[in-house]
Design a binder for this molecule. Structure first.
Ligand SMILES: *[C@@H]1O[C@H](CO)[C@@H](O)[C@H](O)[C@H]1NC(C)=O
Ligand SMILES: *[C@@H]1O[C@H](CO)[C@@H](O)[C@H](O)[C@H]1NC(C)=O
Ligand SMILES: *[C@@H]1O[C@H](CO)[C@@H](O)[C@H](O)[C@H]1NC(C)=O
Ligand SMILES: *[C@@H]1O[C@H](CO)[C@@H](O)[C@H](O)[C@H]1NC(C)=O
Ligand SMILES: *[C@@H]1O[C@H](CO)[C@@H](O)[C@H](O)[C@H]1NC(C)=O
Ligand SMILES: *[C@@H]1O[C@H](CO)[C@@H](O)[C@H](O)[C@H]1NC(C)=O
Ligand SMILES: *[C@@H]1O[C@H](CO)[C@@H](O)[C@H](O)[C@H]1NC(C)=O
Ligand SMILES: *[C@@H]1O[C@H](CO)[C@@H](O)[C@H](O)[C@H]1NC(C)=O
Length: 525
């Protein structure tokens, strides 16, 4: 049955194609017409009007009129193009679009009028259309009048980049139930257009880079429950309300935006904003080129999904407080470069980050790098060049670390230098003996393996002792069968106790054994 239908429809299509070939389809104005795919390319032909394809107009689905010199789109310009789904008008000289210019294009989904010279969007142009993607970027749009964008229920993307918009009026847009991507970078917005965002419940990707937004007020993105990627780079944001990234959720409850990516580089933040701390899904955060002096203790709250953190070119950044990066359990990448005043990353800066794989910390003013700051074994890439390391025994650990087993890291470490008496030396060529460094301190791992060997040795010794005890007790005819061994993990407790279950008194609380234990560990260390 299905096969039959398929066969019939294939035959029908063939018939249609034959008919199409028989028709006298006209291609005009030196355009290139592909009547098989119903696409017509009239780009770069110096056209100043919409060509007339006669009765063929209604079959055209893709019409490219880009790179011409069209100035006006009249209300009847596209009357005949009733089957159009995609219309390209970018790179023309369009300054005026008459009301209803697109009203016959009931199948249009993709409309590009970017790279023209529109200055105003009047009402009656973008109404009751099925368009999904609308490109209006790179014009000179200063105003969007009231009711300009109405009943665009399928609209998924609007590009308004590189225009001169200083605000979005409350009633310019009606609800946009399908809008996912909104681009409005390089405009003159001085505030977040909150009323607009109250009508975009599906918004996922919002780009507002390079505007003049100076603050993020309470509930600025209200109703944007689906917003995942927010770009606010290159604004003048100084303050973010603690509820700036929250959504009022009825009664007294509040929800936080479900942001995954937050780009806020090149702003004027004077502190790591508290508003970010409760964004539960945040995985990427860029706060480079801001104005804060400190990364305070627990500045990032518990962003336990944060993987990638960018804190570069922060001119004022002087210090990272103890536990500055606490709570970042998933952190895998840290980009903290060219902070010219940053002299130290404290030893306990990353108390919770065990997954760090990539660290870029070149171009700071670091004096040293603490061995116990991280478990360096997991690291795959480490860039530490162009710092201000002073050659000292504290850096010798790098020479014996596992970092050198990783090819990329090895190369950058070979170039890393430190200075000693105003002379520049390669860190990997430092000589511990010449520098009279104390014998290598135990590293975390060594300590662990020593502890294990210690424990093994201790247990062998105790077994031997127990055997002796058993032998002795047998000979003395005590309740040798019931001797129990208890093992205590706690260091301060006795490691082994041997009890007589009947008398409940300790036969041996072998303090001497413990002493032996400890002294053995000490000598092994
Ligand atoms: C087909 O097109 C040619 C030129 O484009 C025209 O001269 C001719 O009259 C047309 N024929 C019909 C049947 O429309
Ligand atoms: C088509 O192109 C030719 C050669 O470039 C030109 O001479 C002619 O005027 C063009 N025709 C139209 C209708 O633009
Ligand atoms: C319009 O396009 C559809 C396919 O999307 C096609 O089936 C139909 O025949 C076209 N109409 C005309 C008038 O060419
Ligand atoms: C929007 O659509 C509704 C119903 O579909 C209609 O009543 C209303 O007039 C439309 N608005 C405009 C401005 O066309
Ligand atoms: C902001 O504008 C500047 C200057 O035009 C440009 O260099 C920069 O790339 C822009 N930034 C973004 C994020 O678009
Ligand atoms: C920072 O943003 C400003 C204002 O948008 C822009 O002019 C400047 O080029 C940006 N700086 C960088 C390095 O992107
Ligand atoms: C608000 O809280 C009251 C009492 O706790 C409850 O009865 C009501 O259903 C809540 N309303 C909403 C919208 O959650
Ligand atoms: C680099 O360290 C030296 C001392 O070793 C200090 O005098 C100098 O100011 C430091 N330079 C920077 C840029 O921090």
């Amino acid at each position: 049955m299905i096969n039959l239908i398929a066969l019939i429809s294939i035959k029908f299509m063939l018939l249609q194609r034959l008919l199409a070939l028989g028709e006298n389809k006209t291609c005009v104005n030196n355009c290139t017409c592909d009547w098989e795919s119903n696409s017509v390319d009239c780009s770069s032909l110096k056209l100043n009007a919409i060509p007339d394809f006669g009765s063929s107009s209604a079959t055209i689905q893709f019409l490219d009129l880009s790179h011409n010199v069209i100035e006006t789109l009249q209300s009847e310009s596209f009357r005949k193009f009733t089957n159009l789904t995609s219309l390209h008008l970018e790179f023309n000289k369009i300054s005026e679009v008459e009301e209803g210019a697109f009203r016959h294009l009931t199948k249009l989904t993709d409309l590009r009028i970017n790279k023209n010279i529109l200055t105003v969007i009047k009402p009656g142009i973008f109404v009751n259309l099925k368009i999904e993607n609308l490109y209006l970027g790179d014009n000179k749009i200063e105003h969007i009048e009231s009711n300009a964008f109405t009943n665009l229920s399928n609209l998924e993307l609007i590009d308004l980049n590189n225009n001169f918009l200083s605000s979005i009026r409350e009633n310019s847009f009606s609800i946009l139930p399908s809008l996912k991507d909104f681009y409005i970078e390089n405009n003159r917005l001085s505030a977040v257009p909150t009323s607009f965002f109250s009508r975009t419940p599906r918004l996922d990707f919002l780009v507002m880079n390079n505007n003049s937004i100076s603050a993020i007020d309470k509930y600025a993105f209200k109703n944007c429950l689906k917003l995942k990627k927010l770009h606010l780079t290159g604004n003048t944001i100084k303050a973010i309300h603690p509820r700036g990234f929250s959504i009022p959720a009825g009664n007294l409850t509040v929800q936080t935006l479900n942001l995954v990516y937050l780009h806020m580089a090149n702003n004027t933040l004077e502190d790591v904003p508290a508003a970010i701390r409760s964004i539960p899904f945040l995985s990427y955060l860029d706060l480079s080129m801001n104005l804060f002096k400190f990364v305070r203790s627990s500045a990032f709250g518990s962003l336990y999904r944060l993987k990638s953190l960018h804190l570069s070119r922060i001119e004022n950044l002087e210090s990272i407080e103890s536990k500055g990066f606490a709570g970042l359990v998933a952190l895998t990448q840290l980009f903290m470069t060219s902070n010219r005043k940053l002299r130290d990353i404290p030893i306990d800066a990353f108390p919770d980050s065990y997954k760090l794989q990539t660290i870029f910390i070149e171009g700071n003013a670091l004096r040293t790098l603490h061995e116990r700051m991280l478990n360096w074994d997991n690291l795959k890439i480490l860039q530490i060049g162009q710092n201000n390391f002073s050659c000292s025994c504290d850096l010798i650990w790098i020479k014996t670390s596992k970092l050198l087993q990783k090819s990329g890291t090895r190369q950058t470490l070979e170039k890393a230098t430190c200075s000693l008496n105003r002379q520049t030396k390669y860190i990997l060529k430092l000589n511990a003996v010449e520098m009279k460094c104390p014998i290598k301190q135990t590293s975390h791992n060594d300590a662990k393996s020593r502890l294990i060997t210690g424990l093994i040795a201790a247990s062998i010794a105790s077994c031997a002792l127990i055997v002796c005890l058993v032998l002795i007790s047998c000979r003395r005819n005590v309740y040798s069968k019931y001797i129990q061994f208890k093992y205590h993990r706690h260091r301060d407790e006795a490691l082994f106790t041997v009890e007589d279950p009947k008398s409940k008194t300790k036969m041996f609380s072998n303090k001497s054994l413990i002493r032996n234990e400890r002294s053995r560990e000490e000598t092994l260390m």
